[in-house]
Design a protein around this ligand. Sequence first.
Ligand SMILES: Cc1cc2nc3c(=O)[nH]c(=O)nc-3n(C[C@H](O)[C@H](O)[C@H](O)COP(=O)(O)O)c2cc1C
Length: 273
Amino acid sequence: MKRVLGIIGSPRKMGNCELTVKEIAARLPEASELSMVRLADKDIRPCKACYRCLMGDCPQVDDFGAVISAIVSADGVIVAAPVYLLGAHSSLQRFLDRGLQFWKHLDALAGKPAVGVALAGVRDGEGASLLGVENFMRGMGMEVKGRAVIHAALPGEVLLSEEGMAAAARLAGSLFAPGARQAPSPSCTRCGGTYFEFRGRDRVYCLLCGAGGTVAGEGEGVRIETVAPAHSWRGPDARKAHGEWLIGMKERYLRERDRLKEVSRPYAGGNFI
Ligand SMILES: Cc1cc2nc3c(=O)[nH]c(=O)nc-3n(C[C@H](O)[C@H](O)[C@H](O)COP(=O)(O)O)c2cc1C
């Protein structure tokens, strides 16, 4: 029996995100048990940037620990978030902001199968939301087995949507399917991501992994070639190395603290509302 965790990034009960998670779970080909977390309702406090979690425990006492434990225990994860102002609901990023703590669970999270959906109320209203959903899954080191944008506005409308039901069937079929997901084309040759910033005539920057590269026309299509970013924390080895780098940065800060305080002193104060 597969343990599946549905992560719902919407405050709306029985809204399209909750229904999508339940529909995908119901269509899974393997026997599974679904539990859910309504992330938008959880008390997830902001990261204080104290870096204490690198050596010890996070000083925030809230629901983060319970949610990360549920994710760690799951065999697979379904994420669904509504689009708010062209981005994924902030509950996803709020959780991700606490991500220095993911390093404590590197092995348990690495390669965990996940699928993600962004629910948009209007055609072309999805903006950068799917990037937010995919970044949420990849930020934890999960393997993204599928993703979709579904358009549905009123609560329940997703169940009447052909697009929604087709996406649910496809994502259910891919969550535990063996083999890596085929990267869509054109995509980042480092991470398979499909979100880019264009930097000049033929330069691109991958918004999912930070790789830079080139874009060129090839036959009827387009070819993107990216090279490894200067600093990466994607992939199991890079994540471990990044954790060690962060600990080194903390030590560097302690060494350089006096000098940094000295140069910052003239900037102290100001009017804050
Ligand atoms: C504050 C707010 C902002 C929204 N912004 C967008 C948007 O930018 N683009 C869009 O397509 N839909 C937008 N919507 C619509 C929701 O994404 C859509 O209704 C979705 O199905 C909600 O999912 P839920 O029922 O699980 O809450 C917005 C809804 C709210 C409440």
